[in-house]
Write a protein that binds this ligand. Structure first.
Ligand code: HEM
Length: 385
C-alpha cells in the first residue's frame, strides 16, 4: 500500500500507523488532517531533512554515475531546515510573485485555447491523448517565461524530471537505477553549467547562496517541483472531470466557479500524495510515541478526505465547506511557493477544456506507477462520446 496511497481510501485507517517499506525502513504514516498539519507546522520537532532522500537506497554503481556528472543535492529548499532556507525561499518566491504569475494568464489562455481548438477538431477523426497533447509540457512553458532556464528541449527536461521522481521516490531495481542515474546526472551537469553564469534567478541565487551546489540544488528542485507536479495535477483533474458531468455542466453555464473546481481537485486528486519529515527528538504524536529519527510520512491525499474537515469527503463538490482546507501544498515554513502559479495554470486549463471534456468518453485512463509521493500519470486517451 505504501507506494499506491492514492488508492487506499478505506475509512478504518488509524490516525497514525507504522508501515515498513520494501527495503524494511519503517515510516510512521499520519492520516488525520489535524495531525498532518501539526507536523508540518512544527519544524523544530519534525524536520524536512529527509524530504528528498532516495526511498530505494542508491547503490555504489549508480552513485558513481551521479558523482561522475558532479551530482550533489545539499539542503536548499524542500529539504532545508537550516538558517539558509528563508533567504533562498525568498529569492524563489520573488520570481514566482503572484503579480508575475498573473501576467502570464492571457498568454497561457491563448496557448491553451489554440491547442483545445485543434484537439476539438481532431476528435472528429481520431482519439486524442490529453496528457501528451495538452498537459505534459504546458507548465514547463510557463515556468520558462517566469524563470531563465537552460536551453533544452521540453522532452529532455521532462525525461530528466520524471527520471528524478522515479530514482528518488519509487521502489526501483538496480538496472533501472543505473539508467535513471545516467539521465539525472547528465541533466544535472547541464544545470551546473547554467548555475555558473545563467541570468535571472540563477544570478540572484548566486549572489546570495553559500555555494554553487546550493544554486544548482535550488534550480534542480524548482525544475522538478515547478512543472512536473502541475502537469500531473492537470492530467488527474481533467480525467476526474470526465466522470463529473454535473460539474462540467456547471462550468459551462457558469453555475460552478472555476476556482472552486481547482480547489476541490487539489483536495481529491493531489499530484503529491505523501510528503516526509523526520523526528528531530523523541516526541508524542496523537498519543503515539515517536522516536527521534523516525521517518514521518504525511498522507496529504488522505488528509484532504478527512470527514472532520469536509462533509462529503469522497465527492467532487466544488465550493463545499472545507474544500479549500486541503494540504496539497503542505503547510508552514516549507509550504509550496508555486501554489499561486499552479492554481492559475489549472484555472485556465479547466475553463478552456470544459467544453471539450463534456463531449468525450475515456478510452484509456492515465496509469500511475508505484511511487511514494508522486502520481506521475501517463497517457490519458479520449474519443468523441
Ligand atoms: C499542483 C501543483 C503543486 C503541488 C501539489 C505542490 C506541492 C508541494 C508540496 C506538498 C510541497 C512541500 C510543502 C511542505 O513541505 O510543507 C511543495 C514545496 C515546494 N514547491 Fe510545490 N507544488 C506544486 C507546484 C509547484 C510549482 C508550480 C512550483 C514552482 C514553480 C513549486 C515549487 C515548490 C518549491 C520551491 C517548494 C519548496 C518550498 C520550501 O521548501 O520552502 N511547486 N510543493
Amino acid at each position: 500500500m505504501l507506494f499506491r496511497t492514492w488508492e487506499a481510501h478505506a475509512r478504518e485507517w488509524p490516525d497514525v500507523a507504522t508501515v515498513a517499506d520494501h527495503v524494511g525502513v519503517e515510516h510512521l504514516v499520519v492520516t488525520r488532517h489535524a495531525l498532518v498539519r501539526q507536523v508540518l507546522a512544527d519544524q523544530e520537532t519534525f524536520r524536512p531533512d529527509n524530504a528528498l532522500d532516495a526511498v530505494t537506497p542508491i547503490p555504489v554503481g549508480a552513485l558513481r554515475i551521479l558523482t561522475q556528472h558532479g551530482f550533489r543535492l545539499p539542503p536548499t529548499l524542500a529539504n532545508n531546515g537550516h538558517p539558509s532556507h528563508p533567504a533562498i525561499r525568498g529569492i524563489v518566491a520573488e520570481a514566482l510573485h503572484p503579480r508575475r504569475v498573473e501576467e502570464q494568464r492571457a498568454w497561457l489562455t491563448a496557448v491553451v485555447r489554440g491547442r483545445v481548438g485543434q484537439l476539438t477538431a481532431d476528435l472528429d477523426g481520431r482519439p486524442i491523448d490529453v496528457y501528451g497533447e495538452l498537459t505534459a509540457d504546458l507548465p514547463l512553458l510557463v515556468l520558462a517565461r517566469l524563470v531563465a532556464l537552460p536551453d533544452a528541449e521540453a522532452a529532455v527536461v521532462k525525461e530528466f524530471t520524471r527520471a528524478a521522481l522515479e530514482l528518488f521516490w519509487a521502489p526501483v531495481a538496480l538496472d533501472r537505477q543505473l539508467a535513471l542515474a545516467e539521465i539525472v546526472g547528465r541533466f544535472h551537469a547541464v544545470l551546473r553549467e547554467f548555475a555558473k553564469s545563467g541570468p535571472g534567478l540563477a544570478a540572484d541565487l548566486r549572489a546570495h547562496a553559500e555555494s554553487l551546489d546550493m544554486v544548482v540544488g535550488a534550480l534542480f528542485f524548482l525544475l522538478v517541483a515547478g512543472q512536473e507536479t502541475t502537469s500531473q495535477f492537470l492530467t488527474l483533474l481533467l480525467h476526474r472531470l470526465t466522470g463529473e458531468p454535473a460539474v462540467l455542466d456547471g462550468l459551462l453555464t457558469g453555475a460552478v466557479a472555476v476556482d472552486d473546481v481547482v480547489e476541490e481537485g487539489l483536495r481529491l486528486v493531489p499530484p503529491i500524495v505523501t510528503w516526509r519529515r523526520v523526528a528531530a527528538r523523541d516526541t508524542v504524536l496523537g498519543g503515539t510515541p515517536v522516536a527521534r529519527g523516525t521517518s514521518v510520512l504525511l498522507w496529504l491525499a488522505r488528509a484532504g478526505r478527512d470527514g472532520s474537515v469536509v462533509p462529503n469527503p469522497d465527492e467532487f463538490r466544488p465550493g463545499q465547506r472545507g474544500s479549500r482546507r486541503h494540504l496539497a501544498f503542505g503547510a508552514g515554513a516549507h509550504r509550496c511557493v508555486g501554489a499561486q502559479l499552479s492554481r492559475m495554470e489549472a484555472s485556465v486549463v479547466v475553463a478552456e477544456t470544459a467544453p471539450l471534456l463534456r463531449g468525450v468518453e475515456v478510452v484509456r485512463p492515465p496509469w500511475c506507477p508505484d511511487n511514494l509521493s508522486f502520481r506521475m500519470p501517463d497517457a490519458f486517451v479520449v474519443q468523441k462520446g
